[in-house]
Ligand binder design. Structure first.
Ligand SMILES: [Zn+2]
Length: 279
């Protein structure tokens, strides 16, 4: 599932390639990809110019010069990339946005359809129910603010980090990777972790997210960049999806747990389990 770095890779790529360009045609193949009905969807977007491209948590925002914003979420399997118009259209391509005076078109493909699209008034975009509860991402807060937000909950630290209203943009990959880097067990109650350790977690998290963006994100199954190419950060993962393998720090075997309903890989030697929690 695309997380902050993957959505950021697409946002940065599209900023370089389509910002300031006009939309010459729009095709919405599946209206049920729209989170709220919008009869004039095609008419509003066609002929507009892409004024800016933003990201809020895991959401992509294409702001048009007509005061509308096209909001896109890639769900589990979404891909949003620039394709040459002559390329065959892959199954599950739900939206095509043709760019004027260019051979390229933006295609949104999402086989499992956990993602979605909305067209919003730019002036009220943050009031949309999908965005209203999205908190700041780790880049938008300092270590102190990060520690304060996380320590407000007695739930397992991993569960708190996944809450998009507490800190946005994170999913299974970057939570597991950063907790391992900070030697914090995912089941540790967030409110019981010392503030200096939470500040260190913030620093390590930023490093991991920045490195992932530099590597073009993690392509576990479906993720591709704005150019349709995979990222390479999956080759840099230390823990995610590596249960049963030796820990790269202490060489003990890493194990899989279920935390907050999510498969979680942990090194019980480097990441000491909280008292009373099964290993
Ligand atoms: Zn270890």
């Amino acid at each position: 599932m695309p997380e902050l770095p993957e959505v950021e890779v697409i946002a940065r790529g599209l900023r370089k390639s389509i910002m300031g360009k006009e939309v010459s045609a729009v095709k919405l193949a599946r209206r049920d990809m729209l989170w709220s009905p919008c009869r004039d969807f095609v008419r509003i977007i066609k002929g507009s110019t892409i004024a800016s491209i933003g990201r809020k948590g895991k959401y992509l925002l294409l702001r048009l010069d007509n005061e509308y914003t096209l909001l896109i979420h890639l769900g589990m399997t979404g891909q949003f990339w620039l394709s040459h118009h002559s390329e065959a259209i892959a199954p599950h391509t739900h939206l095509i946005v043709r760019i004027k005076d260019s051979d390229d078109e933006l295609r949104l493909r999402d086989p499992r359809r956990f993602g979605g699209i909305a067209l919003l008034k730019t002036s009220a975009e943050m009031l949309h129910p999908r965005l209203a509860r999205v908190g700041p991402d780790p880049f938008e807060m300092d270590a102190e603010e990060f520690a304060r937000r996380l320590s407000g909950s007695a739930s397992a630290i991993k569960a708190v980090m996944l809450k998009q209203d507490v800190v946005s943009g994170l999913g299974n990959i970057y939570v597991d990777e950063s907790l391992w880097a900070a030697r914090i067990h995912p089941l540790s109650p967030a409110s019981r972790i010392r503030k200096d350790r939470l500040r260190a977690l913030h620093r390590l998290l930023l490093e991991i997210l920045e490195r992932s963006i530099a590597f073009g994100g993690s392509s576990i199954s479906d993720f591709v960049s704005h150019l349709g190419s995979p990222g390479y950060f999956q080759n840099e993962h230390r823990v995610y999806g590596k249960s049963g393998q030796p820990c790269q720090r202490c060489n003990r075997k890493m194990v899989k747990l279920n935390v907050a309903g999510r498969g979680t890989t942990v090194c019980n030697s480097c990441q000491r389990p909280p008292a009373g929690k099964a290993k």
